[in-house]
Design a protein around this ligand. Structure first.
Ligand SMILES: [Zn+2]
Length: 173
C-alpha cells in the first residue's frame, strides 16, 4: 500500500542506495524486472486520489533509480514513480495527520499488549483492513510490524510471569 510507506524506512533505504557504488553490477537480478524510464520530469502525487503532477528534478530521479535498484537486488518490488512524491497541499495534509497516525498506532499496540498480559489466547486487534482476531503468535508479530522496540523481551517477561508458581503481582502493570 503506497500510502503506508514509512518515510523513515524510505530514508533508510535511500541511504543504503547511496552506499551502493557499483550501479551496474546487479542489473537484471531479482524477481522484478525494472528499468528506469528514459526521461521523467513530472510525477503524479503519491496520495492515491490526488491527480496533481509534481515537477521532479534529476537528483530525485537518480535517487529513485538507485533506491529501486536496491529493492530489485533484494528481490523486493520496486516503487513506482507515482508512489514517491507528494504535492505541496498533500504534504501539508500529511504533516497534520501524521501525529494522529502515530498516536493511533501506540493505542493499537497498548491494546494488544494488555490482552497478551491478560493471558488471552485470542487477541483482538485493528489493522488497516479493519477489526481482526488472531492467536498470540500473530499478536507478537503484529507488535513487531507496528514497531514495538522489544517484542522478544516483552514475550520473555510474559513467559516468566506465567511460569509454574503464578503469583499475581500488583507491580507488573
Ligand atoms: Zn497531492
Amino acid at each position: 500500500m503506497s500510502d503506508e510507506l514509512d518515510p523513515e524506512v524510505v530514508a533508510d533505504l535511500q541511504l543504503r542506495a547511496y552506499s551502493e557504488h557499483d550501479r551496474t553490477r546487479t542489473r537484471g537480478e531479482g524477481a522484478y524486472d525494472w528499468k528506469p524510464p528514459a526521461a521523467v520530469t513530472e510525477w503524479k502525487c503519491r496520495t492515491p486520489p490526488c491527480k496533481v503532477f509534481v515537477g521532479v528534478d534529476a537528483d530525485t530521479v537518480e535517487q529513485w533509480e538507485m533506491f529501486n535498484r536496491e529493492l530489485v537486488r533484494r528481490a523486493e518490488k520496486p516503487i513506482a514513480s507515482h508512489e514517491v512524491v507528494r504535492c505541496a497541499s498533500c504534504e501539508l495534509e500529511m504533516a497534520k495527520v501524521q501525529p494522529l497516525r502515530l498516536r493511533k498506532r501506540v493505542d493499537r499496540m497498548a491494546d494488544v499488549i494488555r490482552q497478551l498480559k491478560d493471558g488471552k489466547e485470542q487477541i483482538r486487534y485493528r489493522d488497516n483492513e479493519g477489526d481482526q482476531i488472531g492467536n498470540r503468535e500473530l499478536a507478537f508479530a503484529k507488535l513487531k510490524e507496528w514497531g514495538h522496540p522489544d517484542v522478544e523481551g516483552f514475550r520473555q517477561a510474559l513467559t516468566e510471569k506465567s511460569s509454574p508458581n503464578k503469583k499475581p503481582r500488583k507491580d507488573f502493570v
